[in-house]
Design a protein around this ligand. Structure first.
Ligand code: F6R
Length: 579
């Protein structure tokens, strides 16, 4: 939800923190701030984006500091609500990612004891609580106040005159980096890669004291050692590499992402947990949920047992069948709803499997086993390559559980993505850019793809777009069809083709501009479509990957035509760590 970054070393902290926050901006970008501890604490904070800059920050002295880029939850985006927050004397500064659920009662108590608040945030209770406990040992003060906080947090705190950062986490991500005579902390590994490949993933309940020389960690008052992991993502991977936007770069990475995910999974021992299962329930949000819906079609077609898919946020109101393997799918591994769903499944005795892109993420710790996608860092807020990587993991799983039904296809199928990257979408973009509203329709596995196409379109172009099962469109949405409502129809040459073709003609008869995605050489589709997007012939999976790429690019190119902020669309954040 928000990004936090801390540096404690030999160099000036401020410029390092600014660069770190820029790499975390995708997690939140409505305001930002930094605090540096020298003899005093100096704070600079501001509404707006860190990439728009703030003069004088880099000149701040001090080699210990913390920073934050915010996605507002409590209190509007403003200079005052931006982090860091201070105690009454400006002697302690705190940045926080997460939500303190009991902040209102804590704030009332603190105000009754004479504390003055200067923001509407939940976070500000933390420095005021610390002020009451701090007697020279900040780690001890943090340990004393944490039991009073309900909710989720990743916290970094500094105190004037101290060359130490105190870090604590509970259900919000926090990674520590071991640098060259420096310690660092960040919400994810991306901004640490400039400084080190050696990282420590804190556990829930851990408190760490970080100085330039060392990192000490305690859990429930006892010193503990946490393993040091090596991250093999390169700095280049987290840069734009000549592309105008991360989203486009990430779409172009997809052929490699699909094939390297399959390659890596094939080299691993298959997860024992899938042996002998009789049913699966998959929980996920957003794009990951759409990938899961598609998985359901593959499982039921090829594996001979049922698959249910639940929105993670709704899972708590449902009960999966006894014995089902519950699979949580999350690119970030930090989505609060998905974590809560996996936790609930574990508590009710279901075996659980995580599918994620991020080593050390929270979901990997709460699930019984994990399958990693190999998407590499995904920076654009709109998920693209992680969807493809999820499809790769699912294809591999289906292959495992079906005795190899997809096997022959898997090493070549990513070529569909490369082909789709070459398609000219200009006529389709012309139809979409002026649309007030759009529909995306498909049948079978193309229904979840239609949902995903609509999600991509709405989140980066701000055009209202809905995904529909093609058969449902005449049960109400027909009333909305008009010359101003383009429809994107996914019409591959499968069993559903004849009825899909009829649906396209019915929509066309209402004057609707039709953008149809089918296979090359199909004269009927070409004749009925206003814009026909043709893909090469291939297997079902081949066509699924090609159609996905076409819809991602259609959303991307339309957003470019409309001049939207593609990598950081309004009101969104990459990782949604609140329920
Ligand atoms: C859409 C998008 C979101 C995420 C969703 C789940 O482009 O990115 O819908 O898919 O927030 O995120 P993860 O997969 O990290 O759990």
């Amino acid at each position: 939800m928000c990004g936090i970054f801390g540096y404690c070393g030999q160099q000036r902290a401020a410029p390092i923190i600014i660069e770190g926050l820029k790499r975390l901006e995708y997690r939140g970008y409505d305001s930002f701030g930094i605090a540096v501890a020298d003899r005093n604490i100096t704070v600079r904070k501001k509404e707006g984006r860190i990439s728009q800059g703030m003069p004088n920050i880099p000149r701040l002295k001090g080699t210990t500091g913390i920073g934050h880029t915010r996605w507002a939850t409590h209190g509007i985006p403003s200079d005052g609500n931006a982090h860091p927050h201070l105690d009454c004397h400006g002697a302690i500064a705190v940045v926080h990612n997460g939500i303190i659920q009991n902040y209102a009662s804590l704030k009332r108590e603190l105000e009754e004891r004479g504390h003055t608040f200067s923001s509407d945030t939940d976070t500000e209770v933390i420095p005021h609580l610390l002020e009451e406990e701090f007697k020279g040992d900040l780690a001890a003060a943090v340990a004393a106040i944490l039991p009073r906080l309900e909710g989720s947090y990743a916290i970094l705190a500094i105190a004037e005159g101290h060359r130490e950062i105190i870090a604590a986490r509970c259900r919000s991500p926090l990674v520590l980096g071991i640098g060259d005579r420096a310690s660092l902390a960040a919400s994810d590994v991306n901004p640490l890669l400039e400084h080190t490949e050696r990282v420590i993933f804190l556990e829930d309940g851990d408190i760490a004291a970080m100085s330039a020389e060392k990192i000490r960690i305690w859990h429930e008052g006892t010193p503990v050692e946490r393993p040091v992991s090596r991250i093999d993502w390169s700095v280049e991977e987290v840069k734009k590499g000549g592309f105008p936007h991360y989203m486009l770069k990430e779409i172009y990475e997809q052929p490699e992402v699909f094939s390297s995910t399959i390659r890596a999974l094939k080299e691993e021992e298959p997860p024992e947990i899938v042996n002998g299962i009789r049913g699966v329930t998959i929980v996920a949000c957003g794009t990951s949920y759409h990938a899961a819906l598609l998985f359901r079609y593959l499982v039921e077609a090829h594996c001979g047992f049922p698959a249910r898919v639940e929105l993670a946020s709704e899972f708590k109101y449902t009960s999966p069948p006894k014995g089902d393997l519950v699979i949580g799918v999350s690119q970030s591994g930090e989505t609060a709803d998905t974590l809560a769903a996996i936790q609930k499944a574990s508590m009710s005795g279901h075996p659980t499997l995580a599918v994620t892109n991020v080593l050390g993420s929270t979901i990997t710790r709460i699930a019984d086993d994990t399958l990693f996608m190999r998407a590499g860092p995904e920076i654009s807020v709109a998920a693209t390559k992680s969807f493809i990587a999820e499809l790769a993991v699912f294809s591999h799983l289906v292959d495992l559980m079906s005795g190899g039904v997809l096997g022959k296809d898997l090493p070549r199928v990513h070529l569909a993505i490369s082909e789709a990257l070459l398609v000219d979408l200009s006529p389709a973009v012309e139809l979409c850019r002026d649309a007030g509203s759009m529909f995306f329709v498909g049948r079978g596995p193309y229904f979840p793809l239609a949902l995903e196409g609509a999600l991509k379109m709405k989140e980066i172009t701000y055009i209202h777009a809905e995904g529909y099962a093609a058969g449902e469109i005449k049960h109400g949405p027909f009333a909305l069809l008009s010359a101003e409502t383009p429809v994107v129809a996914l019409c591959p040459p499968d069993d559903a083709y004849p009825v899909m073709f009829s649906n396209i003609r019915e929509m066309k008869a209402r004057g609707t501009p039709m953008i149809v995605v089918g296979v090359s050489g199909n004269r009927d589709l070409r004749d009925v479509a206003d814009v026909f997007i043709s893909l090469p012939e291939g297997s079902s999976l081949f066509h699924i990957l090609g159609s996905t790429t076409v819809m991602q690019l259609l959303a991307y190119r339309t957003a470019v035509a409309l001049g939207r902020d593609i990598d950081q669309p309004r009101n969104l954040a990459k990782s949604v760590t609140v329920e």
